[in-house]
Design a protein around this ligand. Sequence first.
Ligand code: NDP
Length: 458
Amino acid sequence: MSYDFDFFVIGGGSGGVRAARIAAGHGARVAVAEERFWGGTCVNVGCVPKKMMVQAAEYGAWAEEAPAFGWEITKGAYDLAKFAAVRDAEVARLSGIYGRLLEGAGCTRFDARATLVGAHEIQVGAQRVTAARILIATGGRATKLDIPGAELGLISDDLFTLPAMPRRVAVLGAGYIALEFACILRGLGAEVDLFYRAALPLRGFDEDIRVAMVEALAAQGIRLRAETMPDRLDRTGQGIALRQGGASLAEVDAVFFCTGRVPNTRGLGLEAAGVALAANGAVTVDDDHCTSVPHIFAVGDAIDRVNLTPMATAAGHALADTLFGNRPRRVSYENVPTAVFTSPPIGTVGLTEEQAAVRGPVDVYVTRFTPMRHTISKREGRKTLMKLVVCQRSQKVLGAHMLGEDAGEIMQGVGIAIVAGATKQDFDRTIGIHPSAAEEFVTLRTRTREAGIAKAAE
Ligand code: NDP
């Protein structure tokens, strides 16, 4: 049977666009459908505008610190609307590039919602088309808690359409988005209360980092409301009241739900096509990103595995090479470096001490120091923490973690070493770059502690 396309990609975000372009480069006839915006969450309401807002917030801190370095600077008020115009123009430029890249690669673009209506048949806008293979790359979306008054709250997308800075903000949750948003909003001048249900933020991160993050957040004036979560929101004369068990927790001007995202897979016709989904809607795939239907594939946040843009693009690329390039390969979901763009940021790759210690004995190296800039600025709460988790038997570095300025930039290089299987001795024989914070990763001489011994002795 002949089809209209060899490959139909549903979703024009990071994973979908990469898979489409590479497949087209291998000679496949490719179509991509996107119903909202080209470039997806990352370019439009995620990583890209978020990073710009992190930088906007940083300028405020730099302005406050500048006098210590001799500059006669007085920090003025923050004009969100002025910055938003510049940010949005840049986002529109990048989103346009995404769309044009597809056309340049010879893909057919549909600016419409696509749904499966048969095994190989897709309804896209007003048209029906057929494809030999189909990729689900529809990403995810932010959710709100199911509590009375939730409609009064905002989701992460809404940060990028705020007309003006709210004076008082509540951020609910303590994952990537919650902490990044708390720091951005605080950095731009808002009073911020951070509500989260656990004792520490950032579940799944190394515990030393989680503890140090609490200190850093508190030092910038973010009010940490651990083990506290509103169960209703009410409109008041002055704003929005957050309540728990009838008691008032706070009154604010804006509430951000940063309590998780879910895969965007409902209403796509997947169930009718026989594609298996997990309870939260994530598409179930094997190591080759193949779903329970052999000609339907999925990558990115839609599979809810490692919800990061570079992971989606890597998976989309490998899939296109495998299906159309006669170059079968898989991507590894292990040792994925990641950063949380808080103030200061976190960079991390590999196992946490807690994860490594249940596998066997590890040597742990930790250092904490005030970076040179802040010995001058005297800004509180800016200590850097760096940590290596090393397998005691093989001396392989299993994990590296950092909270401190430039952590995201530094950890990319450390990630290469860890992916390549570097040992602690490889780190030790690497000459440091001086003076830098990064050099501490190659000068950690004294073991801080051992962990995981009890387990190994069992
Ligand atoms: P996360 O899973 O990181 O965080 C969700 C937060 O919501 C957690 O603190 C969680 O608490 C809390 N939560 C969930 N359900 C409830 C509930 N019913 N009641 C109270 N609290 C709740 O998700 P995010 O939405 O922040 O981010 C989604 C993903 O997007 C990230 O995991 C990451 O992969 C990616 N991302 C990456 C960024 C980056 O690379 N810098 C930036 C932003 C997002 P608990 O821990 O107790 O479950």
